[in-house]
Design a protein around this ligand. Structure first.
Ligand code: BGP
Length: 518
C-alpha cells in the first residue's frame, strides 16, 4: 500500500502524466568490472603497474583519463600510504585511495542487475557506454567485443520492457584523446550499432562539472588546475581552460546532433540531449545585490551550457565578466548550436544560498571560475543555519522545493522545453560499523525521493512544466568519483566484502509500490 511503500503524501504513478518514464541511472566507469582472476595473478608480479594494465585490457578496453587519475600518486603523504597498503588502494586522488578497477562489476552481472530493475517495475535505465570499449584508442579501430557487450545489455533491457537511455560521454575519456578529440566518429559508431533500439541519447554528462572540477579545481580527471596548486594537480590555465573545454563540449554536441539529424533521424527517430548538473540557488538575503548574485550563479551554471543551445550565445553576464577569456561562436557555429537540443537533461540534487562576493582576491588573481561569478554559494544561511537536512556528501543538503523552482526556471528561461530529470538521489556514508540490515533501512532516502517527486509532480500538474521522466541515482551503490567507495547512493546495497552481493534497501520496495500504484 502506498502509505507504507510509495509516496506517503499521496504520490502515485497515476499522478504523473501518461507515458512519464521512471528509471534509475548509472555510469560505465562507476559500475564497471574486470576479469578479477587476471588481476589477482598479475598483482603478485608487480603491485602497481601490471594490475593497472590488466584491468584496462579486459575485452579490448582501452585506458581512460579516469584510470590515470584514480591511479595517480597524490601528495607526499599519500605516496607513503600507497607504499604500505595493498594494491587496490594505491591512488592518491580519491578520498579513500580506491580506484574503480572492479567497482560493482556490472560488466559481468548486467543480467542480474536488469532483473533488479524489472523487479521494481522501472521503465528505463540510463547507463553510459565506455568509449574506450568501443574504440580503445579513442578513434580508429572498432572493438567488436565492446559492441557485442552493449548489444547484450540493450537486448537484455528491452526483453524486460526497459528502455535504454544511453549516455555517450560520462567522463571516461580515452586517455589517447586527452589532448584531442574524435567524439563525432565515436557517436556515429554508436548510432550505427545501437540506434535501431536506442531512442534517447544523452551525448554528454555534466559538462559543467568536467570543466570546473577537471580543469579548474583539479578534483576530477584529468586533474588540471591553476599553476599555484601544482603540488596537488597538473597545472593548467584555470582562467581559460574551463571555458575552452565547455566551448568544445557545446560544439561537440551540436556537431553530433547535426550528424544525427542528417543521417540517422529519418530511420532511427531518436532524440539527443545533454545532462546538465544544476543546483538551485536561493538568495542569502533579500538585498538587491544578493538577488542579482543569485541570478548570476545560475547563469554561470545552467546558462553557461544551455543558453547557447537556445539563444546561440553565452549569457551576457558571462560575456561581461569573463570578457576575452570566453570563446566566441562564429556565425556558422552559433547556427549549428542553436536548436541542437531535443530535450534538456537535468541532474539535480541540492540547493544552496548565494550571496554577492567580489572580494575573492586569490581567485581574482587566478581568474578562476568561481571568482568570475562574483558570488559565493553555501548550504548555510547568514546565521549558519543549514538550508536543509544533510545527506552524507558535504555538498548534498535535502531541499525538495528546489526541484519545483528549478523546473519553473527552465520553463520560463527556455520557453517550456521537454525535460528529463536524468539524476536525482542522496547518499549514505559507507559506515563500516553499520550492519547490512541497518544499512537497508533507508527511510531518509525514501523521504528524499518522495518529496522531490512530489515537487516535480506539482511543477507538471500545477505549473505546466513539460517534464517527461525521472531517473533515480543510482540503481546500485557504486564508485563515486572523488569520493570513491565512501558514499552510497544506491537503491540496492552492494556488499564490497562479500562478492559484491546486491541487497534491496527499503527504497526498492517504496519504488516498487509507487510504480505499481495507479
Ligand atoms: C553526478 C554524476 C554522477 C554521480 C553523482 C553523485 O554529478 O553525474 O556520476 O556520481 O553526481 O555525486 P558524487 O559522485 O560526486 O558523490
Amino acid at each position: 500500500c502506498i502509505a507504507q511503500g510509495g509516496g506517503g503524501g499521496g504520490l502515485t504513478r497515476g499522478s504523473f502524466p501518461q507515458g512519464f518514464v521512471f528509471g534509475t541511472a548509472a555510469a560505465a566507469y562507476q559500475v564497471r568490472g574486470v576479469f578479477r582472476l587476471l588481476v589477482v595473478v598479475v598483482i603478485s608480479i608487480s603491485p602497481i603497474f601490471i594490475d593497472y594494465e590488466g584491468a584496462v585490457k579486459v575485452d579490448g578496453r582501452g585506458q581512460t583519463i579516469w584510470d590515470t587519475f584514480a591511479h595517480t600518486f597524490g601528495m607526499y603523504t599519500q605516496f607513503w600510504f600507497t607504499q604500505t597498503h595493498d594494491s587496490s588502494y594505491q591512488s592518491g586522488k580519491i578520498s579513500d585511495f580506491s580506484n574503480a578497477d572492479v567497482a560493482v562489476d556490472q560488466y559481468h552481472r548486467f543480467q542480474e542487475d536488469v532483473q533488479l530493475m524489472a523487479n521494481m517495475g522501472m521503465d528505463a535505465y540510463r547507463f553510459s557506454i565506455a568509449w574506450s570499449r568501443i574504440l580503445p584508442n579513442g578513434t580508429g579501430q572498432v572493438n567488436q567485443a565492446g559492441i557485442d557487450h552493449y548489444n547484450k545489455v540493450i537486448n537484455a533491457l528491452l526483453s524486460k520492457g526497459i528502455q535504454p537511455y544511453v549516455t555517450l560521454y560520462h567522463w571516461d575519456l580515452p586517455q589517447a584523446l586527452e589532448d584531442s578529440n574524435d567524439f563525432a566518429a565515436y557517436a556515429e559508431t554508436c548510432f550505427k550499432a545501437f540506434g535501431d533500439r536506442v531512442k534517447h541519447w544523452i551525448t554528454i554528462n555534466e559538462p559543467h562539472t568536467v570543466a570546473v572540477q577537471g580543469y579548474d579545481a583539479g578534483l576530477h580527471a584529468p586533474g588540471r588546475c591553476s599553476v599555484l596548486l601544482h603540488l596537488y594537480c597538473k597545472s593548467g590555465n584555470s582562467g581559460t581552460e574551463p571555458y575552452v573545454v565547455a566551448h568544445n563540449f557545446i560544439l561537440a554536441h551540436a556537431t553530433v546532433s547535426d550528424i544525427y539529424r542528417r543521417k540517422y533521424k529519418a530511420t532511427q527517430n531518436g532524440q539527443l540531449g545533454i545532462a546538465f548538473d544544476v543546483i538551485w540557488y536561493e538568495p542569502m538575503t533579500n538585498s538587491t545585490i544578493d538577488i542579482e548574485a543569485t541570478k548570476r550563479a545560475q547563469e554561470f551554471q545552467l546558462g553557461w551550457f544551455a543558453d547557447p543551445f537556445f539563444f546561440g550565445d553565452y549569457p551576457a553576464t558571462m560575456r561581461k565578466r569573463v570578457a576575452e577569456r570566453l570563446p566566441r561562436f562564429t556565425a556558422d557555429e552559433a547556427a549549428l548550436v542553436k536548436g541542437a537540443l531535443d530535450f534538456v537533461g537535468i541532474n539535480h540534487y541540492t540547493t544552496f544560498y548565494t550571496r554577492h562576493n567580489d572580494t575573492n582576491i586569490i581567485g581574482r588573481l587566478l581568474n578562476d571560475t568561481l571568482a568570475d561569478t562574483g558570488t559565493i554559494s553555501l548550504p548555510f544561511d547568514k546565521n549558519g543555519k543549514p538550508i536543509g537536512d544533510r545527506a552524507n556528501s558535504i555538498w548534498l543538503y535535502i531541499v525538495p522545493g528546489g526541484m519545483r523552482k528549478l523546473m519553473n526556471y527552465v520553463k520560463e528561461r527556455y520557453n517550456s522545453p521537454p525535460v528529463y530529470i536524468t539524476e536525482n538521489g542522496m547518499d549514505d556514508s559507507n559506515n563500516p560499523f553499520t550492519s547490512i540490515q541497518d544499512a537497508l533501512k533507508d527511510s531518509k532516502r525514501i523521504k528524499y525521493h518522495n518529496d522531490y517527486l512530489t515537487n516535480l509532480d506539482a511543477s507538471i500538474k500545477e505549473d505546466g512544466c513539460d517534464v517527461r521522466g525521472y531517473f533515480a541515482w543510482s540503481l546500485l551503490d557504486n564508485w563515486e568519483w572523488a569520493a570513491g567507495y565512501t558514499s552510497r547512493f544506491g537503491l540496492y546495497f552492494v556488499d564490497y566484502k562479500d562478492n559484491l552481493k546486491r541487497y534491496p534497501k527499503n527504497s526498492v520496495q517504496w519504488f516498487k509500490s509507487l510504480l505499481s500504484s495507479s
